[in-house]
Design a protein around this ligand. Structure first.
Ligand code: FBP
Length: 553
C-alpha cells in the first residue's frame, strides 16, 4: 500500500505519556479519592445504577503495581462521529495490554456498538496496529451510531462477551456513547458477567467536558483544521475585497467549535447558539446584527467579511425551535407520506400553512424556499428534521441580504454584498491528529488499560492538567455516573451524561464577547496556518485557546 511521506513519518512518532505512566506497567499504582455523586438527580441515578453508582474517583501514581495481573481479553469499539486520534486510543490500549502480558488479547469490534451485538470483530496484531499509529480516521475498525438499548441487544452483547472470554470492553465515544457505556457496565455487573466497561471521551464537538474531563479528544485537531481554512479564507477575502464568506462549522448542538475557531481567527462575526437561546434572539434580530457589521464595514469601504455560523444554531433560536417542533408534529403519524404525495410545492405550502401556528408560519415564510423545503424533505429515521442538513450558512446570508435591501431602500446603506458559502465539518474529523491529540489519545488508551487491570467498571479514562506539558499530565478514572443527570429524551426521563454547552459566563466566551465589537468592524484577522507536527514546541504542542482560557493561561 502506498503511503504519503507525512504518514510514513507519523507512523514513527512516539506519543508522550503523562509522567506517572512513564515508568512501565509494573510501576503504576492506584490512589483512591472520594466517593462520588451524580451531578444532579442523585436518588434516581443511584436507583438506576445500583452496582456502579457512587464509586470512588481514582488517580494513578508511581508505585508497585498491586493489581491481580490476570490474563485480559479486551474488546474495543469506536462509536459515533469520527474524531482525530481514535487510532491512538487503540494503539495506547494495545501497547499497555501487551506490555502487561504477551498473551493478552485486544479485539476490535467493527462498525460501532453493533459490532459487539452482532459479534463482528478482528484481533489486533503488532503489524495491524503499526499501520495506523498517529493517523486520523476510524477506518481501523469503522464506527457506527447504534445504541445498545433493547433486552435482546444486551443479551447479544453478553453472549459475544462470553464467546470470546472478554474481561473488558472499551467504548470510545461522545456523551451518548459513554452514557451507553455506563448502562452496559451496570448490565454486566448486575448479570455478574465479570466484564468491565471503560469509556474514553471523544467528540470534535467539544461538548463532553466537565469538572473532571477537561476536553474530549479530536476537538483540538478539528478546530485547528477549520481555523486553518477559515484563516486562509480571511486572507482571500482581504485580498480580493469583494465577498462576504458565510462559514458553517460542525457542532451538532453546542457552539464550542465555532467559538474556538473565532478565538483562533478573529472573524467579523461568529454566532453562538447558546447566546441566541439565552437572549431569546429571533432570526430577524440575528440577521440585523450581521447586517450592522456589513453596513459599518461598507461605510469604511470594506465590502467583504467573514461570518462563522455554528451548525446547531437553528435549534437554539427559540422561534426556529418551535417551528421545527410544530413541523415534526405536523408530519407525525404517517402524515409525511400524504404530504409527500401532494403534487406541487404550492399545495404543500398550503398544507403547511394550515397546520402551523400563525407565529411559526410567519417564521417559515421569511425562510428562503430552499431552506423551507429542507425542513420537510430531510428527516431522520425517528421522523425529526436533521438540523445538520439545514444550510444555515445560506439561510443567514439570505436573511442579511433582505435586511440590507431594506436599508438600501431607506437610504442607510449603499455597499455591495456578494456572498460565498462554506461548510467545514467532515474536513476536520479525520485529519492527522495534532501532537496534542496524538499524545492525549495514546494516554487515554494506555490509561484505560490500567483501569481495566485494576478492576474498575463504569469508569471514564481521565487525563488531566492538559494545558501543561504531557510530563505534568495526571492520569486516573472517574465513575461515569458522576457525570449523569436525568433528561427528557423522546418523551421519557432518561439518565444521560450532561452535555457541556458554551457557558456565557465562562472565560472563552467572555474573551470573545470583549473583542467581537471591534472584530465586527475592523479587519483584524489572524491566520493560524496548518497544524505543525515537527518543529519548535511553541508551534507544535499548542493547545486550544478554549482550554488555555479555561485554565487561566
Ligand atoms: P459525535 O457527537 O458522535 O462525536 O459526532 C459529532 C458530529 O461530527 C457533529 O459535529 C455532526 O453534526 C455529526 O457528527 C454528523 O454526523 P454524521 O457523521 O452522522 O453525518
Amino acid at each position: 500500500m502506498d503511503i504519503s511521506p507525512l504518514q510514513k513519518e507519523r507512523l514513527q512518532y512516539q506519543p508522550k505519556l503523562p509522567g506517572m505512566l512513564r515508568d512501565g506497567i509494573t510501576n503504576i499504582t492506584v490512589e483512591e479519592g472520594e466517593e462520588t455523586q451524580s451531578v444532579a438527580d442523585q436518588d434516581k441515578i443511584r436507583a438506576l445504577f445500583p452496582h456502579t453508582y457512587g464509586k470512588k474517583e481514582i488517580t494513578f501514581v508511581k508505585g508497585a503495581n498491586t493489581s491481580a495481573g490476570k490474563r485480559q481479553v479486551v474488546g474495543v469499539i469506536l462509536s459515533g462521529g469520527q474524531a482525530p486520534g481514535g487510532h491512538n486510543v487503540i494503539s495506547g490500549l494495545y501497547d499497555a495490554l501487551k506490555a502487561s502480558g504477551k498473551d493478552n488479547v485486544l479485539l476490535g469490534f467493527k462498525g460501532g456498538p453493533s459490532g459487539l451485538v452482532d459479534d463482528e470483530c478482528v484481533e489486533f496484531t503488532d503489524e495491524f496496529i503499526d499501520a495506523y499509529r498517529n493517523t486520523g480516521g476510524f477506518d481501523i475498525i469503522g464506527s457506527g451510531r447504534t445504541k445498545i438499548e433493547t433486552p435482546e441487544q444486551f443479551a447479544a452483547a453478553e453472549a459475544t462477551a462470553k464467546r470470546h472470554g472478554l474481561t473488558a470492553v472499551v467504548i470510545i465515544g461522545g456523551d451518548d456513547s459513554n452514557t451507553n457505556a455506563a448502562v452496559l457496565a451496570e448490565y454486566f455487573a448486575a448479570h455478574e458477567t465479570g466484564v468491565q466497561v471503560i469509556g474514553c471521551p471523544k467528540t470534535i464537538d467539544g461538548d463532553l467536558k466537565n469538572d473532571d474531563i477537561e476536553c474530549s479528544f479530536g476537538f483540538d485537531t478539528a478546530t485547528k483544521t477549520y481555523s486553518e481554512l477559515i484563516g486562509n479564507i480571511e486572507r482571500d477575502a482581504n485580498s480580493a475585497k469583494k465577498y462576504w464568506h458565510f462559514i458553517k462549522v460542525m457542532g451538532r448542538s453546542a457552539s464550542h467549535v465555532a467559538l474556538e475557531c473565532a478565538l483562533e481567527t478573529q472573524p467579523n462575526i461568529c454566532l453562538i447558539g447558546e447566546e441566541a437561546a439565552a437572549k431569546k434572539l429571533s432570526l430577524s434580530q440575528i440577521a440585523d446584527q450581521i447586517a450592522d457589521s456589513v453596513a459599518k464595514r461598507a461605510a469604511n469601504g470594506d465590502n467583504f467579511g467573514v461570518a462563522i455560523i455554528p451548525e446547531g444554531i437553528v435549534e437554539f433560536v427559540p422561534e426556529f425551535g418551535t417551528l421545527i417542533a410544530e413541523i415534526n408534529e405536523l408530519l407525525a403519524g404517517g402524515k409525511a407520506e400524504a404530504f409527500n404525495q401532494l403534487p406541487s410545492w404550492t399545495e404543500k405550502k398550503e398544507f403547511i400553512r394550515s397546520g402551523l401556528s400563525k407565529e411559526s408560519y410567519a417564521v417559515f415564510e421569511i425562510l428562503p424556499e430552499g431552506i423551507e423545503q429542507q425542513l420537510f424533505l430531510e428527516r431522520d429515521p425517528h421522523g425529526n428534521v436533521q438540523v445538520s442538513l439545514i444550510e444555515s450558512e445560506k439561510l443567514f446570508a439570505e436573511l442579511v441580504n433582505h435586511k440590507l435591501e431594506e436599508r438600501r431602500k431607506a437610504g442607510t446603506y449603499n455597499g455591495s454584498f456578494k456572498t460565498q458559502h462554506h461548510f467545514f465539518g467532515y474536513e476536520g474529523r479525520c485529519a492527522f491528529p495534532s501532537n496534542f491529540d496524538a499524545d492525549y489519545c495514546y494516554s487515554l488508551g494506555y490509561n484505560a488499560f490500567m483501569l481495566i487491570q485494576y478492576g474498575f467498571n463504569g469508569y471514564l479514562s481521565k487525563i488531566s492538567n492538559l494545558s501543561k506539558p504531557a510530563a505534568e499530565w495526571a492520569a486516573g478514572g472517574m465513575p461515569i455516573t458522576k457525570m449523569m443527570n436525568m433528561e427528557r429524551r423522546n418523551g421519557e426521563d432518561k439518565p444521560v451524561i450532561r452535555k457541556a454547552l458554551v457557558e456565557l459566563d465562562g472565560k472563552p466566551f467572555r474573551y470573545f464577547a470583549a473583542h467581537r465589537d471591534a472584530w465586527a468592524v475592523e479587519t483584524d484577522y489572524t491566520y493560524p496556518g496548518a497544524i505543525q507536527y515537527y518543529g519548535p514546541s511553541d508551534v507544535c504542542d499548542l493547545t486550544t485557546k478554549t482550554l488555555a482560557l479555561e485554565k487561566g493561561e
